[in-house]
Write a protein that binds this ligand. Sequence first.
Ligand code: ATP
Ligand code: MG
Length: 141
Amino acid sequence: MNTEKTLAIIKPDAVRAGKIGPIITMIYESGLAIRAMKMLHLTKWEAEGFYHVHRERTFFNDLTSFMSESPIVVMVIEATDAIARWRALMGPTNPAQAEAGTIRAAFGTTIERNAVHGSDSPESAAQEIPYFFNNLEMYPE
Ligand code: ATP
Ligand code: MG
């Protein structure tokens, strides 16, 4: 059993569309546990810090503007193979390629406005979780 934690974000597009509830339902229905959660409105600077690995990409300025345009919901998800299972539930980056039943197929609109984020490796989860949460904000069960 490989119990691990991952960082999940409900992005500004999905929060504004009223999809916090449906997304949380999909998380629980797929057997993933939420160990921490809060709503935040990132500044541009905070969004740039979070997406620092993408700073050389052509879409970096648009991405960080999008992520700071209105509130997001950040969560820590824990489960066996949480990183891969949360990314499978999200679907691929481009919602046009996402299979029915994934969050991005249901709620994503473009490759940028794709409703949710998930850490892509144990290393990125270990960096991303403490960007938003300290130990006192996470609950073991
Ligand atoms: P995330 O990191 O948000 O979970 P991801 O791992 O599927 O998504 P990344 O390649 O890490 O995708 O890109 C980070 C985010 O940058 C994407 O979720 C999307 O919002 C945006 N993005 C990625 N590729 C493009 C692109 N070609 N044009 C515009 N925005 C993009
Ligand atoms: Mg990514």
